[in-house]
Design a protein around this ligand. Structure first.
Ligand code: GDP
Ligand code: GDP
Length: 459
C-alpha cells in the first residue's frame, strides 16, 4: 500500500523529465516541442527508500473548446482525481505565466493536496522565477532541477510524512492477502485464485488499428486521446481499470507505429516501449484492422509475444465496417493458421471497439488465456494422458531401439512448461514433439498460451 503522485503543470515545464528520473526507465518521452506528452502514464517510482506510483499528466493550455488542449485539460483534472498528492511544476526560468495561474486555480478548486516545485532551478538564472512562484499562494516552492537531479532531497522530505501516513492507514485496514505460489516445488498444489493482482494486458497492433478507441471503451471515459492521426499515442502507457469486475492493468503501446511524420528519436523510443509492454504483460491482445489483417508488423509482434511466453489473443477490429462477414471470417481463420502456426489454438475474436460489439467475448478470451497460462495439470493426470498418447502412436525406434517416454510432470506455469523423462531424448523427432504439444493443448483445453515441452534423458 503506497500513495500515488501526479505530476501536473503546463507543457514544457519538465514533467516527463522528472517522471523519467523518478521511474528510472524511459517510459515517457521527452521532447522540446510542447504537447508531446499527451496522455496519462503511470510508473512505479523510487526515491530513496520511498516507493510510490507516479502519474505523468498531460499539460494544460488555456484553450477550453473542443481542441486538443481542452481534452488535455480534462485529462489533467482526471490525473488530479486519481492521485493522493499533486506535484505542481512551474518553470523557474520562464517565471510564473498566466497558464500557471489557471492551473493553480484548478488545483485549489479540486482541493488537491499540492506540493509546489519550481523546476529548471539549477544555477542563478532561476532565482527570480523561484521567488515568483511564492506568489501562487501554494506555499514555499521546492527548488528542483529534474534534468540535473537537484532538489530531490527536498522532494523526499515532503513526501516522507505522506508515505508514513499511508503506511499507518494501511496497517489499520485489513492486511493485504498476496499469496505467492512457490514455483516448481509442489507440482500438484491447488490452484490459487489468479486475480489477487491486476491482470496485466498489453494491447498491441499497427497504427490506427483502434487500440486507443478500444481502451477508451473499456474505461468508459475519455482518458486517452484518439483521432485519425496515427501517432497520437506515441509510447507505452499503462492504466488501471476494472473490466467487468476484474482488476486489470492495460499497457497500450504505440510501439509498432511506423510513420514518416514521427521523428527518428520518437520512433526509436517508441519501438522499445512497445516491446517493453509485451514484457510487462501476461496476456497480449494483438489488435488487427479487418481491412489490413496480418501485416508484417502484426506477425512480428505476435511472434515476439509467443517467444516471450505470453498468452496471446487475436482480436480483429472494425468488424462493424466489414460487409462480407461470413467469407471474411473464414479467410481470417485460414490466414491465421497459415501465417501464425506457432500460435495454433489461440483465440481469434472479431470485435468493434467503436460500437463495443463482442468486447464481452474478448474479455472471456483474455480471462481464459490468462487462466490457462497459469494452469497446473496434476502429475497423475499427465501420466495417464502420456500413456494413452504413447499407446495410440508409439515413438519411433531409431536404430532398432525404441525411445521410451517414462514419466511426465509440469515443472512451471506462466506459461505452462512440462518435462518428459525419456530414453534418447536427442533422437526424438520434432514431429513427435509437436504431436505431444498439440495433444496437450487439445486434451487439456489450453488455447492461447505457449506450451513449453522439454525432454530429459534418464538411464
Ligand atoms: P513536459 O512537457 O512538462 O513534460 O516537459 P519535458 O519533460 O518534456 O521538458 C521540456 C524541456 O525542458 C526539455 O527540453 C527538457 O530537457 C527541459 N528540462 C526539463 N527539466 C529541466 C531542468 O531541470 N533544467 C533545465 N534547464 N531544463 C529542463
Ligand atoms: P490506434 O492508433 O491503434 O490507437 O487507433 P485509434 O483508436 O486512434 O483509431 C484509429 C481510427 O480507427 C479512428 O479513426 C477510429 O475512429 C477508427 N476505429 C477504431 N475502432 C473502430 C471500429 O471498431 N470500427 C470502425 N469503423 N472504426 C474504428
Amino acid at each position: 500500500m503506497s500513495f500515488t503522485l501526479a505530476i501536473v503543470g503546463r507543457p514544457n515545464v519538465g514533467k516527463s523529465t522528472l517522471f523519467n528520473r523518478l521511474v528510472g526507465r524511459r517510459l515517457a518521452l521527452v521532447d522540446d516541442q510542447p504537447g508531446v506528452t499527451r496522455d496519462l502514464r503511470e510508473g512505479e517510482a523510487k526515491l530513496g527508500d520511498l516507493k510510490f506510483t507516479v502519474i505523468d499528466s498531460a499539460g494544460l493550455e488555456e484553450a477550453t473548446d473542443d481542441s486538443l488542449q481542452g481534452r488535455m485539460r480534462r485529462l489533467t483534472e482526471h490525473a488530479v482525481e486519481m492521485a493522493d498528492v499533486c506535484l505542481f511544476l512551474v518553470d523557474a526560468r520562464a517565471g510564473v505565466t498566466p497558464t500557471d495561474e489557471v492551473f493553480a486555480e484548478i488545483l485549489r478548486k479540486k482541493n488537491a493536496n499540492v506540493i509546489l516545485a519550481a523546476n529548471k532551478a539549477e544555477g542563478n538564472a532561476a532565482d527570480a522565477g523561484v521567488i515568483d512562484a511564492w506568489g501562487l499562494g501554494l506555499g514555499e516552492p521546492i527548488r528542483l532541477s529534474a534534468e540535473h537531479g537537484e532538489g530531490l532531497n527536498d522532494l523526499y522530505e515532503h513526501l516522507r510524512p505522506l508515505s508514513d501516513a499511508f503506511k499507518e492507514r494501511a496497517a489499520r485496514e485489513t492486511p493485504e492477502t498476496d499469496v505467492d505460489l512457490p514455483e516448481d516445488e509442489d507440482f500438484d498444489a491447488p490452484r490459487v485464485p489468479t486475480f489477487e493482482k491486476p491482470l496485466q494486458i498489453a494491447i498491441v497492433g499497427r497504427p490506427n488499428a483502434g487500440k486507443s478507441t478500444l481502451i477508451n471503451k473499456f474505461l468508459g471515459e475519455e482518458r486517452l486521446l484518439t483521432g485519425p492521426e496515427a501517432g497520437i499515442t506515441r509510447d507505452a502507457i499503462s492504466v488501471r481499470m476494472e473490466w467487468s469486475g476484474v482488476p486489470m492493468r492495460i499497457f497500450d503501446t504505440a510501439g509498432m507505429r511506423k510513420k514518416a511524420k514521427v521523428q527518428e528519436k520518437l520512433e526509436k523510443l517508441s519501438v522499445s516501449d512497445g516491446l517493453r509492454a509485451v514484457k510487462f504483460a501476461e496476456v497480449v491482445v494483438v489488435l488487427l484492422d479487418v481491412s489490413i489483417p496480418f501485416e508484417q508488423q502484426d506477425l512480428r509482434i505476435a511472434d515476439l509475444a509467443e517467444r516471450e511466453g505470453r498468452a496471446v489473443v487475436i482480436a480483429v477490429n472494425k468488424w462493424d465496417a466489414e460487409d462480407d462477414k461470413s467469407n471474411k471470417a473464414r479467410e481470417l481463420r485460414e490466414n491465421f493458421e497459415r501465417l501464425l502456426p506457432q500460435l495454433r489454438g489461440a483465440p481469434l475474436v472479431t470485435v468493434s471497439a467503436k460500437t463495443g460489439k463482442n468486447l464481452d467475448k474478448l474479455q472471456e478470451a483474455v480471462l481464459k488465456a490468462h487462466e490457462v497460462w497459469n494452469r497446473r495439470v496434476p502429475t497423475a493426470k499427465l501420466n495417464m494422458w502420456l500413456a494413452g498418447m504413447v499407446e495410440a502412436h508409439p515413438p519411433p525406434a531409431p536404430g532398432g531401439r525404441r525411445i521410451k517416454l517414462r514419466y511426465m510432470t509440469q515443472a512451471k506455469t506462466r506459461p505452462p512448461g512440462f518435462v518428459v523423462m525419456c530414453s534418447f531424448p536427442d533422437k526424438l523427432p520434432d514431429s513427435y514433439k509437436r504431436y505431444l504439444v498439440n495433444g496437450l493443448r487439445e486434451d487439456f483445453d489450453m488455447p492461447g498460451t505457449p506450451i513449453r515441452l522439454t525432454f530429459r534423458g534418464q538411464s
